[in-house]
Design a protein around this ligand. Sequence first.
Ligand code: PLP
Length: 392
Amino acid sequence: MFDQLKPQPADALLSLIKLYNADPRDSKIDLGVGVYRDETGGTPVFAAVKSAERRLIETQDSKAYLGPEGDVGFVAAVCDLALDGAVADDRVAGLQTPGGTGALRLAIELVVRNLPEATFWVGTPTWPVHMSILTGLGARVRTYEHFDVQRQAFNADAMLAAAREAGRGDIFLLHGCCHNPTGADLAPEHWREVAQILSANGAVPLIDLAYHGLGEGLGADAAGARHMIGALPEALIAYSCDKNFGVYRERTGAVFAIAADCAAAEVAGSNLATIARNNWSMPPDHGAAVARLILTDAELRVQWQDELQGMQARLSRIRQRLAACGKAGDVDLSHIAAQRGMFATLPLSPAAIAALRERHGVYMAGSGRINIAGLAERDCDRFAAALADVEG
Ligand code: PLP
Protein backbone atom coordinates (compact mmCIF):
# COMPACT_ATOMS: atom_id res chain seq x y z
CA MET A 1 0.00 0.00 0.00
CA PHE A 2 2.57 2.57 1.04
CA ASP A 3 4.48 2.31 -2.22
CA GLN A 4 1.46 4.03 -3.80
CA LEU A 5 2.14 7.19 -1.79
CA LYS A 6 4.04 10.20 -3.06
CA PRO A 7 6.67 11.60 -0.70
CA GLN A 8 5.68 14.99 0.69
CA PRO A 9 8.11 17.92 0.83
CA ALA A 10 9.72 18.45 4.24
CA ASP A 11 8.61 21.55 6.12
CA ALA A 12 10.93 24.26 4.76
CA LEU A 13 11.39 25.95 8.15
CA LEU A 14 12.29 22.67 9.84
CA SER A 15 14.94 22.04 7.17
CA LEU A 16 16.24 25.53 7.87
CA ILE A 17 16.61 24.67 11.59
CA LYS A 18 18.83 21.74 10.63
CA LEU A 19 21.05 23.98 8.50
CA TYR A 20 21.18 26.56 11.28
CA ASN A 21 22.14 23.97 13.92
CA ALA A 22 24.92 22.66 11.70
CA ASP A 23 26.42 26.16 11.17
CA PRO A 24 29.48 26.52 13.46
CA ARG A 25 29.59 30.37 13.32
CA ASP A 26 28.93 32.03 16.72
CA SER A 27 27.54 35.06 14.96
CA LYS A 28 24.72 33.16 13.20
CA ILE A 29 21.20 34.60 13.46
CA ASP A 30 17.98 32.54 13.25
CA LEU A 31 15.06 34.53 11.84
CA GLY A 32 13.21 31.44 10.62
CA VAL A 33 10.95 29.58 13.02
CA GLY A 34 8.00 31.58 14.40
CA VAL A 35 8.47 31.39 18.15
CA TYR A 36 9.18 34.34 20.42
CA ARG A 37 12.77 34.68 21.64
CA ASP A 38 14.15 36.89 24.36
CA GLU A 39 17.36 38.98 24.11
CA THR A 40 19.43 35.86 24.84
CA GLY A 41 17.73 33.84 22.10
CA GLY A 42 15.72 31.66 24.53
CA THR A 43 12.00 30.88 24.58
CA PRO A 44 11.56 30.52 28.34
CA VAL A 45 8.43 29.30 30.12
CA PHE A 46 6.52 32.28 31.60
CA ALA A 47 6.89 32.54 35.39
CA ALA A 48 3.07 32.80 35.57
CA VAL A 49 2.81 29.52 33.66
CA LYS A 50 5.27 27.82 36.01
CA SER A 51 3.27 29.00 39.05
CA ALA A 52 0.00 27.82 37.52
CA GLU A 53 1.55 24.47 36.65
CA ARG A 54 2.68 23.97 40.26
CA ARG A 55 -0.80 24.85 41.46
CA LEU A 56 -2.34 22.49 38.92
CA ILE A 57 -0.22 19.56 40.07
CA GLU A 58 -1.29 20.15 43.65
CA THR A 59 -4.98 20.64 43.01
CA GLN A 60 -5.94 18.55 39.98
CA ASP A 61 -7.83 15.54 41.29
CA SER A 62 -8.74 13.73 38.09
CA LYS A 63 -7.73 13.31 34.50
CA ALA A 64 -11.04 11.80 33.44
CA TYR A 65 -12.39 12.81 30.01
CA LEU A 66 -13.85 16.30 29.76
CA GLY A 67 -15.69 16.15 26.42
CA PRO A 68 -15.25 17.66 22.96
CA GLU A 69 -15.76 21.20 24.25
CA GLY A 70 -12.75 20.84 26.56
CA ASP A 71 -12.28 22.99 29.66
CA VAL A 72 -15.38 25.19 29.80
CA GLY A 73 -13.81 27.51 32.40
CA PHE A 74 -10.91 28.12 30.01
CA VAL A 75 -13.30 28.79 27.13
CA ALA A 76 -15.27 31.33 29.19
CA ALA A 77 -12.07 33.06 30.37
CA VAL A 78 -10.65 33.28 26.84
CA CYS A 79 -14.00 34.54 25.55
CA ASP A 80 -13.78 37.42 28.06
CA LEU A 81 -10.14 38.04 27.24
CA ALA A 82 -10.75 38.18 23.49
CA LEU A 83 -14.20 39.69 23.23
CA ASP A 84 -14.48 41.64 26.49
CA GLY A 85 -18.28 41.67 26.40
CA ALA A 86 -18.49 42.99 22.82
CA VAL A 87 -21.41 40.63 22.31
CA ALA A 88 -23.92 38.96 24.69
CA ASP A 89 -22.50 35.69 26.07
CA ASP A 90 -25.52 33.68 24.95
CA ARG A 91 -24.78 34.53 21.30
CA VAL A 92 -21.36 32.86 21.56
CA ALA A 93 -20.62 29.15 21.20
CA GLY A 94 -17.06 28.40 22.27
CA LEU A 95 -14.94 25.25 22.25
CA GLN A 96 -11.41 24.56 23.40
CA THR A 97 -9.23 23.37 20.50
CA PRO A 98 -5.73 21.99 19.94
CA GLY A 99 -4.15 25.41 19.33
CA GLY A 100 -5.22 28.08 16.91
CA THR A 101 -4.67 25.55 14.12
CA GLY A 102 -7.38 23.30 15.60
CA ALA A 103 -9.68 26.32 15.91
CA LEU A 104 -9.18 27.23 12.26
CA ARG A 105 -9.71 23.64 11.22
CA LEU A 106 -13.04 23.47 13.10
CA ALA A 107 -14.27 26.84 11.85
CA ILE A 108 -13.40 26.05 8.24
CA GLU A 109 -14.77 22.51 8.38
CA LEU A 110 -18.02 23.81 9.89
CA VAL A 111 -18.49 26.03 6.85
CA VAL A 112 -17.28 23.61 4.16
CA ARG A 113 -19.43 20.74 5.45
CA ASN A 114 -22.59 22.76 5.76
CA LEU A 115 -22.23 25.53 3.18
CA PRO A 116 -20.02 24.10 0.40
CA GLU A 117 -21.01 26.98 -1.90
CA ALA A 118 -19.37 29.55 0.39
CA THR A 119 -16.22 31.21 -0.94
CA PHE A 120 -13.37 31.98 1.47
CA TRP A 121 -11.71 35.34 0.74
CA VAL A 122 -8.06 35.33 1.72
CA GLY A 123 -5.57 38.20 1.55
CA THR A 124 -2.08 37.25 0.38
CA PRO A 125 0.50 36.58 1.50
CA THR A 126 -0.94 34.72 4.48
CA TRP A 127 0.11 32.02 6.93
CA PRO A 128 0.55 29.00 4.60
CA VAL A 129 -1.50 26.70 6.85
CA HIS A 130 -4.60 28.81 6.11
CA MET A 131 -4.28 27.75 2.49
CA SER A 132 -3.43 24.13 3.21
CA ILE A 133 -6.42 23.64 5.54
CA LEU A 134 -8.72 25.33 3.03
CA THR A 135 -7.51 23.38 0.02
CA GLY A 136 -7.29 20.15 2.05
CA LEU A 137 -10.99 20.50 2.86
CA GLY A 138 -11.86 21.38 -0.73
CA ALA A 139 -13.03 24.89 0.14
CA ARG A 140 -13.65 27.47 -2.56
CA VAL A 141 -11.01 30.16 -2.20
CA ARG A 142 -10.52 33.59 -3.77
CA THR A 143 -7.46 35.63 -2.98
CA TYR A 144 -6.65 39.32 -3.08
CA GLU A 145 -3.45 41.22 -2.31
CA HIS A 146 -3.26 42.11 1.38
CA PHE A 147 0.30 43.40 1.20
CA ASP A 148 2.60 44.46 -1.62
CA VAL A 149 5.98 43.12 -0.52
CA GLN A 150 8.00 45.16 -3.04
CA ARG A 151 6.42 48.44 -1.96
CA GLN A 152 6.09 47.26 1.67
CA ALA A 153 2.53 48.58 1.59
CA PHE A 154 -0.77 47.27 2.94
CA ASN A 155 -3.25 47.21 0.04
CA ALA A 156 -6.41 48.48 1.72
CA ASP A 157 -8.08 49.11 -1.64
CA ALA A 158 -7.69 45.47 -2.69
CA MET A 159 -9.06 44.28 0.65
CA LEU A 160 -12.08 46.58 0.49
CA ALA A 161 -12.75 45.66 -3.14
CA ALA A 162 -12.68 41.96 -2.21
CA ALA A 163 -15.04 42.59 0.70
CA ARG A 164 -17.46 44.33 -1.69
CA GLU A 165 -17.33 41.37 -4.06
CA ALA A 166 -17.99 38.81 -1.30
CA GLY A 167 -21.47 37.37 -1.38
CA ARG A 168 -23.99 36.43 1.28
CA GLY A 169 -22.62 33.56 3.39
CA ASP A 170 -19.08 33.91 2.03
CA ILE A 171 -16.29 33.87 4.62
CA PHE A 172 -13.86 36.78 4.87
CA LEU A 173 -10.65 35.66 6.61
CA LEU A 174 -8.82 38.36 8.56
CA HIS A 175 -5.81 38.33 10.88
CA GLY A 176 -6.97 39.95 14.13
CA CYS A 177 -3.54 41.51 14.77
CA CYS A 178 0.19 40.94 14.13
CA HIS A 179 -0.35 39.73 10.58
CA ASN A 180 1.70 36.64 9.74
CA PRO A 181 3.86 36.97 7.63
CA THR A 182 3.84 40.74 7.01
CA GLY A 183 3.09 42.53 10.30
CA ALA A 184 0.74 44.76 8.25
CA ASP A 185 -2.45 45.13 10.28
CA LEU A 186 -5.72 46.85 9.51
CA ALA A 187 -6.02 50.34 11.00
CA PRO A 188 -9.20 51.04 13.04
CA GLU A 189 -10.80 52.77 10.03
CA HIS A 190 -10.19 49.68 7.88
CA TRP A 191 -11.93 47.47 10.46
CA ARG A 192 -14.87 49.88 10.44
CA GLU A 193 -15.03 49.93 6.65
CA VAL A 194 -14.79 46.15 6.23
CA ALA A 195 -17.39 45.63 8.96
CA GLN A 196 -19.76 48.01 7.19
CA ILE A 197 -19.28 46.27 3.84
CA LEU A 198 -19.68 42.75 5.23
CA SER A 199 -22.72 43.82 7.19
CA ALA A 200 -24.31 45.13 3.97
CA ASN A 201 -23.56 42.05 1.86
CA GLY A 202 -24.09 39.33 4.46
CA ALA A 203 -20.59 37.82 4.34
CA VAL A 204 -19.17 36.44 7.60
CA PRO A 205 -15.74 37.30 9.04
CA LEU A 206 -13.41 34.56 10.23
CA ILE A 207 -10.90 36.32 12.46
CA ASP A 208 -7.64 34.54 13.25
CA LEU A 209 -6.40 35.95 16.57
CA ALA A 210 -3.13 34.13 17.15
CA TYR A 211 -0.92 36.90 18.60
CA HIS A 212 -3.23 38.73 21.00
CA GLY A 213 -1.12 41.07 23.13
CA LEU A 214 2.04 40.92 21.02
CA GLY A 215 1.20 43.91 18.81
CA GLU A 216 0.16 46.95 20.82
CA GLY A 217 -1.42 45.37 23.88
CA LEU A 218 -4.42 43.25 24.82
CA GLY A 219 -6.99 46.03 24.30
CA ALA A 220 -5.72 47.48 21.02
CA ASP A 221 -4.94 44.08 19.47
CA ALA A 222 -8.51 42.84 19.87
CA ALA A 223 -10.23 46.14 19.10
CA GLY A 224 -10.77 45.31 15.41
CA ALA A 225 -12.26 41.89 16.17
CA ARG A 226 -14.47 43.35 18.89
CA HIS A 227 -15.72 46.09 16.61
CA MET A 228 -16.46 43.55 13.90
CA ILE A 229 -18.48 41.20 16.08
CA GLY A 230 -20.33 44.11 17.62
CA ALA A 231 -21.35 45.29 14.17
CA LEU A 232 -22.33 41.98 12.55
CA PRO A 233 -24.86 39.28 13.36
CA GLU A 234 -22.43 36.41 12.77
CA ALA A 235 -18.68 35.80 13.01
CA LEU A 236 -16.11 33.09 13.65
CA ILE A 237 -13.00 33.58 15.77
CA ALA A 238 -9.99 31.25 15.94
CA TYR A 239 -7.93 32.05 19.03
CA SER A 240 -4.48 30.79 19.97
CA CYS A 241 -3.01 30.95 23.49
CA ASP A 242 0.17 29.28 22.31
CA LYS A 243 2.07 32.49 21.65
CA ASN A 244 0.68 34.88 24.27
CA PHE A 245 1.12 32.29 27.04
CA GLY A 246 4.28 30.80 25.46
CA VAL A 247 2.79 27.29 25.64
CA TYR A 248 3.33 26.38 21.97
CA ARG A 249 3.71 22.63 22.41
CA GLU A 250 0.72 22.38 24.76
CA ARG A 251 -1.60 23.13 21.81
CA THR A 252 -3.92 25.62 23.48
CA GLY A 253 -6.65 27.51 21.66
CA ALA A 254 -10.37 28.07 21.24
CA VAL A 255 -12.91 28.60 18.50
CA PHE A 256 -15.89 30.91 18.90
CA ALA A 257 -18.97 31.04 16.70
CA ILE A 258 -20.91 34.25 17.25
CA ALA A 259 -24.49 33.71 16.12
CA ALA A 260 -27.46 36.00 15.61
CA ASP A 261 -29.23 34.67 18.70
CA CYS A 262 -28.96 32.19 21.53
CA ALA A 263 -30.75 29.34 19.71
CA ALA A 264 -28.49 29.63 16.65
CA ALA A 265 -25.41 29.74 18.90
CA GLU A 266 -26.47 26.47 20.52
CA VAL A 267 -26.83 24.78 17.14
CA ALA A 268 -23.48 26.14 15.97
CA GLY A 269 -21.88 24.84 19.18
CA SER A 270 -23.35 21.38 18.73
CA ASN A 271 -22.02 21.25 15.16
CA LEU A 272 -18.56 22.35 16.25
CA ALA A 273 -18.58 19.72 19.01
CA THR A 274 -19.53 16.98 16.55
CA ILE A 275 -16.74 17.95 14.16
CA ALA A 276 -14.25 18.10 17.05
CA ARG A 277 -15.38 14.65 18.20
CA ASN A 278 -14.71 13.24 14.73
CA ASN A 279 -11.30 14.92 14.43
CA TRP A 280 -9.58 14.61 17.82
CA SER A 281 -12.42 13.64 20.14
CA MET A 282 -11.32 16.14 22.77
CA PRO A 283 -8.50 18.66 23.08
CA PRO A 284 -5.37 18.22 25.22
CA ASP A 285 -5.98 19.58 28.71
CA HIS A 286 -2.78 20.91 30.24
CA GLY A 287 -2.25 24.24 28.45
CA ALA A 288 -5.91 25.19 28.78
CA ALA A 289 -6.01 24.33 32.49
CA VAL A 290 -2.90 26.49 33.01
CA ALA A 291 -4.32 29.42 31.00
CA ARG A 292 -7.63 29.15 32.94
CA LEU A 293 -5.80 29.28 36.28
CA ILE A 294 -3.85 32.34 35.14
CA LEU A 295 -6.83 34.20 33.72
CA THR A 296 -9.05 33.57 36.74
CA ASP A 297 -6.51 34.39 39.45
CA ALA A 298 -5.91 38.10 40.00
CA GLU A 299 -2.25 37.74 40.99
CA LEU A 300 -1.26 35.30 38.25
CA ARG A 301 -3.10 37.37 35.69
CA VAL A 302 -1.16 40.51 36.54
CA GLN A 303 2.09 38.54 36.43
CA TRP A 304 1.19 37.07 33.03
CA GLN A 305 0.17 40.46 31.62
CA ASP A 306 3.49 41.94 32.76
CA GLU A 307 5.43 39.16 31.06
CA LEU A 308 3.37 39.48 27.88
CA GLN A 309 3.84 43.23 27.91
CA GLY A 310 7.60 42.67 28.21
CA MET A 311 7.52 40.55 25.05
CA GLN A 312 5.50 43.15 23.21
CA ALA A 313 7.86 45.92 24.33
CA ARG A 314 10.90 43.95 23.14
CA LEU A 315 9.32 43.39 19.71
CA SER A 316 8.57 47.12 19.44
CA ARG A 317 12.13 48.00 20.44
CA ILE A 318 13.60 45.71 17.78
CA ARG A 319 11.22 47.18 15.21
CA GLN A 320 12.34 50.71 16.14
CA ARG A 321 16.01 49.72 15.97
CA LEU A 322 15.61 48.09 12.54
CA ALA A 323 13.57 50.99 11.19
CA ALA A 324 16.23 53.43 12.38
CA CYS A 325 18.70 51.64 10.06
CA GLY A 326 16.69 53.08 7.13
CA LYS A 327 17.82 51.83 3.75
CA ALA A 328 19.91 48.65 3.74
CA GLY A 329 20.98 48.47 0.11
CA ASP A 330 17.72 48.36 -1.84
CA VAL A 331 15.67 47.29 1.18
CA ASP A 332 13.97 50.08 3.10
CA LEU A 333 13.66 48.93 6.71
CA SER A 334 11.85 52.06 7.86
CA HIS A 335 8.41 50.44 7.27
CA ILE A 336 9.09 47.88 10.00
CA ALA A 337 8.29 50.37 12.78
CA ALA A 338 4.69 50.77 11.59
CA GLN A 339 4.13 47.00 11.37
CA ARG A 340 3.18 44.86 14.35
CA GLY A 341 3.99 41.54 16.01
CA MET A 342 6.61 38.92 15.33
CA PHE A 343 6.95 39.07 11.56
CA ALA A 344 7.94 41.17 8.59
CA THR A 345 8.38 40.09 4.98
CA LEU A 346 11.24 41.75 3.16
CA PRO A 347 11.53 42.13 -0.62
CA LEU A 348 14.51 39.82 -1.06
CA SER A 349 15.40 37.61 -4.01
CA PRO A 350 16.13 33.89 -3.45
CA ALA A 351 19.77 34.67 -4.32
CA ALA A 352 19.93 37.36 -1.62
CA ILE A 353 18.36 35.01 0.95
CA ALA A 354 20.93 32.33 0.10
CA ALA A 355 23.78 34.87 0.28
CA LEU A 356 22.59 36.08 3.69
CA ARG A 357 22.77 32.49 4.91
CA GLU A 358 26.08 31.60 3.30
CA ARG A 359 28.03 34.84 3.73
CA HIS A 360 26.51 36.16 6.96
CA GLY A 361 24.96 33.21 8.81
CA VAL A 362 21.51 34.87 8.68
CA TYR A 363 18.78 32.24 8.32
CA MET A 364 15.28 33.14 7.11
CA ALA A 365 12.37 31.61 5.22
CA GLY A 366 12.58 31.51 1.43
CA SER A 367 9.61 33.90 1.30
CA GLY A 368 11.70 36.70 2.87
CA ARG A 369 9.76 36.45 6.14
CA ILE A 370 11.79 37.31 9.20
CA ASN A 371 10.98 36.62 12.83
CA ILE A 372 11.65 39.97 14.50
CA ALA A 373 12.14 38.17 17.84
CA GLY A 374 15.08 36.26 16.35
CA LEU A 375 17.15 39.46 16.61
CA ALA A 376 18.84 40.67 19.77
CA GLU A 377 19.10 44.46 19.92
CA ARG A 378 22.84 44.23 19.35
CA ASP A 379 22.21 42.25 16.10
CA CYS A 380 20.12 44.90 14.35
CA ASP A 381 22.94 46.96 12.83
CA ARG A 382 24.80 43.83 11.77
CA PHE A 383 21.65 42.46 10.12
CA ALA A 384 21.11 45.73 8.24
CA ALA A 385 24.75 45.69 7.10
CA ALA A 386 24.35 42.09 5.88
CA LEU A 387 21.23 43.12 3.92
CA ALA A 388 23.11 46.03 2.39
CA ASP A 389 25.91 43.67 1.42
CA VAL A 390 23.64 41.20 -0.42
CA GLU A 391 21.19 43.74 -1.83
CA GLY A 392 23.56 46.65 -2.40
N1 PLP B 1 -2.74 31.59 12.90
C1 PLP B 1 -1.60 32.19 12.58
C2 PLP B 1 -1.63 33.41 11.72
C3 PLP B 1 -0.38 31.66 13.02
O1 PLP B 1 0.76 32.26 12.69
C4 PLP B 1 -0.40 30.49 13.81
C5 PLP B 1 0.85 29.87 14.26
O2 PLP B 1 1.92 30.08 13.77
C6 PLP B 1 -1.63 29.92 14.14
C7 PLP B 1 -2.78 30.51 13.67
C8 PLP B 1 -1.76 28.67 14.94
O3 PLP B 1 -1.20 28.66 16.16
P1 PLP B 1 -1.12 27.37 17.07
O4 PLP B 1 0.30 27.07 17.27
O5 PLP B 1 -1.85 27.75 18.32
O6 PLP B 1 -1.85 26.26 16.37
